[in-house]
Write a protein that binds this ligand. Structure first.
Ligand code: PMP
Length: 369
């Protein structure tokens, strides 16, 4: 046995607020069809792989030195991408980057949440929002979405006004339900917020809804937009998330970030991947078309499908969703049980992967309630 294996978690002097909590746990299984963590199913192009390899080789020559602590070159590239995408003239001063948007969210809570402070989320939503809240000792409050998982913006505004949270999380498109919010709805949430409104746009590229980056100039001390290269950019393994906000928000994050958090290798690889953005993002339209095909076919098979503007779809209804999840897995198709009664979530894959998912879905349609 491993040294110390006789000691259990319950034997440790764990902080009270972490007792009984579960870690983030999307299963990582080697199966033929992996449609469970909302990645882009297309591997990077040969040209991108070559560019990353060359850039990392060059960067490796300076591995004896710490990286640029402020990742200025990478942030400049990200600013150019976001300015081109949104038409909002954001600069390097509006951008911050970290190891995945999870680290961005954690830094936001370290700066704006913490002991004695609260964060409000509209559930069901991304499971890491409450987990990162617990990790930073921020009390997580929630408001439930409507039965169809859309957000009742009147109720959300009322909840913000009565609970006055220090941080409000809104995810658009929302994971795991797929709804996007309009700029007008986001504006109403921002107007009600007295703390920070974190708009989590991890799936922003998949949606036609405008980015909340449009609202930064109107609400400079409130609106922060979190984004990632993990999804549309097909760079989940590279771990690069970023934030767009007023420069003062970046100043706040400098207070909590660990020095040199983005390695020389990460910065070089992310910049190389960004140089191929046009090519990589060409897959977005194809994935959206595949999503619409999957949705239509599931509906024909009798499933209830939640409308989605992202690269995943929530569907049901089942008496026993965990049992149906296992039946998909038995057929080599890994999807996600996100803990919503009666529902499962499938990530949109390649055409062949989606075909296989739909084949199994046809076989399992007697499980539909
Ligand atoms: N936000 C949302 C809504 C997500 O779904 C995810 C990934 N599942 C993330 C943030 C974090 O992704 P990453 O850390 O890879 O950027």
């Amino acid at each position: 046995a491993a040294p110390g294996a006789g000691t259990a978690l319950s034997d440790l002097p764990l902080r009270d607020s972490l007792v009984g909590k579960s870690p983030y746990g999307a299963p990582q299984l080697e199966v033929p069809v992996q449609l469970n963590t909302n990645e882009n199913p297309h591997p990077p192009s040969a040209a991108l792989v070559e560019d990353v390899a060359r850039s990392v080789r060059e960067a490796a020559a300076s591995l004896h030195r710490y990286p640029d602590r402020d990742a200025v070159a990478l942030r400049t590239d990200l600013a150019a991408y976001m300015a081109a995408r949104t038409g909002v003239p954001v600069t390097v001063d509006n951008l911050w980057a970290a190891n995945g948007s999870n680290e961005i969210l954690q830094q936001l809570l370290q700066a704006f949440g913490g002991p004695g402070r609260t964060a409000l989320g509209f559930v069901p939503s991304y499971s890491m929002h409450p987990i990162i809240s617990a990790g930073t000792q921020t009390e997580f409050l929630d408001l439930h979405r409507r039965d169809d998982f859309s957000l009742d913006v009147d109720a959300a505004v009322a909840a913000i006004e009565s609970m006055t949270p220090d941080v409000v999380f809104v995810t658009s498109p929302n994971n795991p339900t797929g709804h996007s919010l309009s700029l007008d709805d986001l504006r109403r949430l921002a107007s009600a917020t007295t703390g920070i409104l974190v708009v989590d746009e991890a799936y922003g590229e998949f949606s036609a809804a405008p980015s909340a980056v449009d609202l930064i100039d109107e609400f400079p001390s409130r609106v922060v937009v979190s984004r990632t290269m993990s999804k549309a950019f097909a760079f989940a393994g590279g771990r690069l998330g970023y934030l767009v906000a007023a420069p003062a928000v970046v100043d706040a994050l400098l207070l909590v970030r660990l020095p040199y958090h983005l390695s020389v290798l990460t910065q070089a690889a992310a910049r190389a991947a960004l140089r191929h953005a046009d090519d990589t993002l060409a897959s977005v339209a194809e994935l959206a078309a595949e999503r619409d095909r999957v949705v239509a076919r599931l509906a024909v098979l009798g499933y209830r499908v939640v409308p989605s503007s992202a690269n995943f779809v929530l569907f049901g209804l089942f008496d026993d969703a965990p049992a149906v999840w296992s039946r998909y897995l038995d057929q080599g198709v890994l999807i996600r049980d996100v803990g919503i009664a009666g529902h499962l979530r499938v990530t949109i894959g390649t055409e062949a992967e989606n075909d296989r998912f739909l084949e199994v879905s046809a076989d399992l349609s007697e499980d539909i309630v």
